[in-house]
Structures are given as structure tokens and as C-alpha cells.
Design a protein around this ligand. Structure first.
Ligand SMILES: O=C(O)C(=O)Cc1ccccc1
Length: 302
């Protein structure tokens, strides 16, 4: 049985995603996203389940930072969860003066809190379940949690189905040390993080390397390198799988353009969306062009 570290404690959205991605495996709750990945890097877990991006709030910065540091990990699977929240409080508790949750959760219920708990001060906690634990401990008066949290924490449900944007979703990754990659399916996503040299036009060059090969970008985020003020790493997700000639060609182009390029995985997309293939940019076109160039080089073609 594999050991899967997940961003816990018990009852987080990430636990729900981990169950969907690796249900029969041993699930180990870990306090932060970074520590979940450290558990994998240090061999205490075989894989980690972490949140990566939300349709309302965007990327989870802690996940990007942990993916770019230390030894490489690659994403081998993803899961998308619809996200709505339950608001929990101590049984028989008094006024709600503080309401705690993960910053992503607070950002997604801001309007609801203003309308329903206008006097409560929002307080950031490390995860939605950490907020529930804080309510039990008397640290906060209410917590904005995943619906499953009530199964783990003896708290009263003040409200369910809370969400300012009703169809919000969060995408989660299963990451593990580099090894055999999942097979390409035609509906895949590839991720990289690029440390480009700091000169005019470098980001445009990276994006052009993809655009020239007809590769559709699905996410672009920048995070500071932390060492040099003004220097950034670019996280790019795009359609396709490294096993495809067109994607491999793009990766080698990116590698030439970057001071440092880290491959973060190729895996099937949870939404099943198949890659867009532009005219002249299919895998057959790349194979055919490479064969033609090879023949020219060998002098087989006039
Ligand atoms: O704190 C959690 O439950 C998480 O898994 C992170 C998170 C927070 C808010 C929305 C989706 C995921």
C-alpha cells in the first residue's frame, strides 16, 4: 500500500481530493503543503496531494513555492473538486466575533460573511480544518470548512452550501519523485517552472516557443525567486504530454531559453479536455518534419 501525505489535518478539501485520487492507500495528514512535499522528498511518503489552483482565487502560492524548491517532484494525476463551504461553531457558543479559515476559503465567502456575520473578524488559519480545531480550542468562534469537516470535529453547523461564486472549483495534484510518467491520453497537461534570464523579452520568448508550436497555455503564474528582488520564476501549464513529439520539441526550446527549467510533470486532465491541435502542429507534422530534415542531412534528398 502506498503512503499518501496530504495537506491536512483531517477533513480538508485536500483530504477529499486525496481520497478521490488514491482512495485505497494509506492517507497521512500533514500540517502544511510544504511539509506534505517534504514527507515525499524524505521518503516518509510515496506521494503528496496538494491544492494547486482555484477558479476564484487563482493559484495556491505555497504549492508553487514548494514545487520549485529542493529536489524535483512531478505531478502524476489531478482532481477537480467543486468548492462550497460549511460554517461551523462551538455548540452553545455565544457571539461570533472571529471567523477563521484558509485564506482561499475566506476570499470565497467574503460577501456571505459581510451579509451574515458582519461583526465577525476574519482570521487566516493554515487550512480549513486547522480553523475547526481552533474553534474547538476556543481560539476562534467560527470556522469556514469543507462540508466533510463536521464528520471529524464536534461542532455545530451554522450554514451549509456557502459560496460567493456557486460553481467555484479547486484543482489538486498528486505529486511524487520523478519516475515512470502516466501514459498520454490526448487530454493531458504538462507543467514546468522556468527561471528565465532577466533581459528584455524573455517571457515573450517563452510564450512564443509554445505559440509557435500551436501549444495552448492553460495557466501562467509568476513567483519571486526570493533571492534577487525583481527576479521571477514563471510557472506554465500547457496542453499535451511530454511523450508527444510536439511537446518534447517545445520543452527543448524552453530549455535553451532558460537559466533553469524544471519539468513538473505530464498527466491526464481531470476535465478530460483534449488538446487543441493547430494546423501543421500535430505530432505527425513534427515527426514528418524531423524525418525530412534527417533525410536532407544524410543527403538522401536533393
Ligand atoms: O484548507 C483546506 O481545506 C484545503 O484543502 C485548501 C483549500 C482551501 C480552500 C479551498 C480549497 C482548498
Amino acid at each position: 500500500m502506498s503512503r499518501i501525505a496530504y495537506f491536512g489535518p483531517q477533513g480538508t478539501f485536500t483530504e477529499q481530493a486525496a481520497r478521490a485520487l488514491a482512495g485505497g492507500e494509506e492517507l497521512i495528514p500533514v500540517e502544511t503543503v510544504r511539509l506534505a512535499m517534504t514527507a515525499v522528498r524524505e521518503g516518509e511518503a510515496d506521494a503528496a496531494c496538494v491544492p494547486i489552483e482555484n477558479s476564484v482565487e487563482g493559484v495556491v502560492p505555497a504549492t508553487l513555492d514548494a514545487l520549485s524548491e529542493s529536489t524535483p517532484l512531478v505531478a502524476v494525476a489531478e482532481h477537480i473538486l467543486p468548492v462550497h463551504f460549511s460554517v461551523l461553531a462551538r455548540r452553545g457558543g455565544g457571539d461570533i466575533k472571529t471567523v477563521a479559515s484558509h485564506p482561499h476559503a475566506l476570499a470565497q465567502v467574503r460577501e456571505w460573511l459581510e451579509a451574515n456575520l458582519p461583526d465577525a473578524r476574519p482570521v487566516a488559519s493554515s487550512s480549513t480544518s486547522a480553523a475547526a480545531v481552533g474553534v474547538l480550542d476556543g481560539q476562534f468562534d467560527a470556522a469556514v470548512c469543507a462540508p466533510v469537516a463536521v464528520e471529524h470535529y464536534d461542532l455545530e453547523v451554522l450554514a451549509t452550501e456557502v459560496a460567493d461564486v456557486s460553481d467555484a472549483v479547486t484543482r489538486f495534484l498528486l505529486v511524487r519523485p520523478p519516475g515512470e510518467l502516466p501514459e498520454p491520453t490526448g487530454a493531458d497537461r504538462t507543467s514546468v517552472v522556468a527561471a528565465a534570464v532577466n533581459r528584455t523579452g524573455t517571457l515573450a520568448e517563452l510564450l512564443t516557443a509554445l505559440a509557435d508550436r500551436g501549444i495552448n497555455l492553460t495557466r501562467l503564474d509568476a513567483r519571486p525567486t526570493r533571492n534577487n528582488f525583481g527576479e521571477y520564476r514563471f510557472f506554465m501549464d500547457f496542453e499535451g504530454h511530454v511523450a508527444e513529439p510536439r511537446i518534447l520539441d517545445a520543452l527543448t526550446a524552453l530549455r535553451r531559453l532558460c537559466r533553469n527549467l524544471r519539468f513538473l510533470g505530464s498527466h491526464p486532465r481531470a476535465d478530460g479536455t483534449r488538446s487543441t491541435i493547430e494546423p501543421g502542429a500535430g505530432n505527425d507534422d513534427f515527426v514528418d518534419a524531423a524525418m525530412w530534415a534527417d533525410a536532407v542531412r544524410k543527403g538522401d534528398l536533393a
